[in-house]
Design a protein around this ligand. Structure first.
Ligand code: ATP
Ligand code: MG
Length: 568
């Protein structure tokens, strides 16, 4: 490809809308342009790269035995009512009506569609197991679209759904996808970790996330260096470092005028945070249920665990208002579990290990001190706190670490969550009708594409791995008007073009500008045709380490063809 015929709209400055490196670089390198919030146009250089990410994913999915189909983004309400998600999904679902006033949504995910397709196509155990997938555009009206393609409202996903005769079959399908994902992210040159995950709005009973490690990641990973434990913070389970047990004292009421926050109480009573228990009342809009959650003062409440305890999902959970708290016979800032019976009390298990601690007295300007679980109050014991670095590993007991990650993929064991309500059944060997046992598996392709850039860049721009670079090599004459340089550039172009993906930078621009463009775009190899053109010698710059070597045209050809052939 000749650069003069290409669209290379590079920018010198970072546009204001972008904060993180990969987003800035994608805009500056002219890979994408924003249409509206969370919606992007993919320009030629960006699209070439994105298609390569897709190709690797497709190759590995095909290798795993999965079958590709293509479904519609437009989905009828009726299917979502069958699964019970039409009302459950919340404001992230883009809904609309057709001219006949029928309701539809733009698919944020496709469980209903694939379940419907298979129940109408597959009847017998002989046709199972099956794993079908698609690469398709998804729509989610995200509350905060941000970081470019990382959290878009329109994005491309690879989604796959497996159908098995029983749990054992599902375990096998899940394992195959787990291994396939590991191969995909390795081929994509991502530094990633696989972590245990919450099942969220998709539902089901087991899940893992694939996290590309990065400081700008929106997910927090809690992991153990000593054993293999690693989990998303939403799911992570840990033990707080143990507290010494004390002899139980009698509880007393103390005046705490205008001391609402846990920090104020701690300072006022001169007690460490772990001697205070935090009580928070949450409301689930969908299950219409209140719950009081008690955690140790030096921990946060994990709202995903709250949502699970209230049979709800994250989007429907909120803290109760001051008025609602009063209606429940408590008072904001002074909430506590003692003599409280207006809603269910959920007690984090760490609280059961505390002794002689402080809680709100459900009375303005009062707290209770020397409170103890069982002696003074009771409730449902569970895991409701946010795990944090320094906590002890639930498997081996060693201190846990934390790290940020970008969720690039997730796999779920769905079981019969969709097949039961949607009647997706098969006949087994004995002629008995049974629900299929399902799994689902997603990769955010556009997010993965950006994660590659987030992990592969330097001060000059993107440093694409060869596998996903828009082109393999660019030939840059220092001065294309120079007869010798012109001849050698054209010759090298002829030698390489159609063997490897080659660009000839024939633009009438100063060498400095041309080099800046290609360094920003991140083409892995740059052949600079200059001073020694008459000897058929060029300088080959490796964008990965910015090193340069002088090579003959034949040597360049051999080198780059070898590199590209080794990719497969
Ligand atoms: P998140 O927690 O980041 O919102 P999710 O858990 O809701 O993601 P899934 O339903 O598991 O996402 O979707 C599968 C994959 O699609 C995710 O692993 C992620 O890579 C990608 N993805 C999800 N939401 C978005 C989005 N708004 N923009 C781009 N990619 C997304
Ligand atoms: Mg997910």
């Amino acid at each position: 490809m000749k650069a003069s015929r290409m669209i290379i709209p590079t920018l010198k400055e970072a546009p204001q809308e972008a904060i993180i490196d990969s987003h800035i670089l994608m805009l500056r390198a002219g890979l994408i342009r924003k249409l509206v919030s969370g919606v992007y146009n993919y320009l030629p250089l960006g699209l070439r790269s994105l298609r390569k990410v897709e190709k690797i994913i497709k190759e590995e999915m095909d290798r795993s035995g999965a079958l590709e189909i293509l479904s519609s983004a437009m989905q009828p309400k009726e299917l979502w009512e069958e699964s019970g998600r039409w009302n459950k999904y919340g404001p992230e679902l883009f809904r609309f009506k057709d001219r006949h006033n029928r309701d539809y949504c733009l698919g944020p995910t496709h469980e209903e569609i694939f379940t419907d397709l298979i129940r109408n196509t597959v009847k017998s155990y002989k046709q199972l197991p099956l794993n079908i997938y698609q690469i398709q555009t998804k729509y989610r009206d995200e509350m905060r679209p941000r970081f470019g393609l990382m959290r878009g409202r329109e994005f491309i996903m690879k989604d796959a759904y497996s159908f098995d005769v029983d749990e054992k079959g599902l375990d096998e399908s899940y394992k195959i996808m787990y291994e396939t994902y590991s191969r995909i992210f390795t081929r994509l040159s991502l530094n990633f970790k696989v972590v245990l995950a919450d099942t969220g709005a998709i539902g089901g009973n087991a899940s893992h996330q694939f996290m590309a490690l990065s400081d700008i990641g929106e997910s927090n990973i809690i992991y153990c260096e000593n054993c293999s434990y690693a989990a998303d913070e939403e799911k992570a389970y840990s033990h707080a470092p143990t507290l010494e047990k004390e002899e139980l004292k009698d509880r007393e009421e103390v005046l705490t005028v205008n001391k609402h926050s846990i920090e104020e109480i701690s300072e006022f009573l001169n007690l460490p945070l772990y001697k205070i228990a935090k009580s928070m009342i949450y409301y689930a809009e969908d299950s219409k249920q209140y719950g009081m959650f008690i955690v140790r003062g030096d921990y946060e409440v994990n709202e995903i665990k709250v949502a699970n305890a209230l049979n709800s999902s994250e989007v429907f959970i909120r803290l109760a208002s001051d008025e609602e708290i009063s209606a429940l016979c408590s008072i904001a800032g002074f909430i506590g579990p003692v003599n409280f019976s207006k809603c269910q009390i959920f007690i984090d298990e760490e609280v059961t290990k505390m002794s002689n601690f402080v809680v709100g007295a459900n009375k303005k300007d009062y707290h209770l001190v020397n409170v103890n679980y069982k002696k003074d109050f009771d409730g449902t014991i569970g895991d409701y706190k946010k795990a944090k670095e320094g906590d002890l590993c639930p498997i081996c007991g060693k201190p846990l670490k934390s790290e940020r990650g970008i969720e690039v993929g997730q796999v779920f064991k769905l079981g019969t969550k969709y097949s039961l309500p949607m009647n997706c059944t098969f006949l087994n060997e004995q002629g008995k009708t049974l629900p299929m046992v399902m799994g689902c598996y997603g990769i955010g392709i556009t997010r993965t594409f950006q994660a590659i850039i987030e992990q592969h860049h330097d001060e000059y721009g993107i440093v694409f791995p060869l596998e996903t670079a828009p082109y393999h090599i660019v030939i840059v004459p220092v001065n294309y008007d120079d007869e010798e340089q012109h001849r050698v550039s054209d010759k090298l172009y002829e030698m390489l073009n159609f063997k490897v993906e080659t660009v000839l930078d024939d633009r009438k621009m100063k060498i400095g500008f041309k080099m800046k463009d290609w360094e920003l775009i991140g083409i892995p190899y740059i052949a600079i045709v200059g001073r020694r053109a008459s000897e058929n010698i060029v300088e080959l710059k490796n964008r990965n380490d910015n090193s340069k070597v002088e090579l003959t045209l034949d040597e360049v050809k051999e080198f780059i063809i070898d590199k590209v052939n080794n990719l497969k």
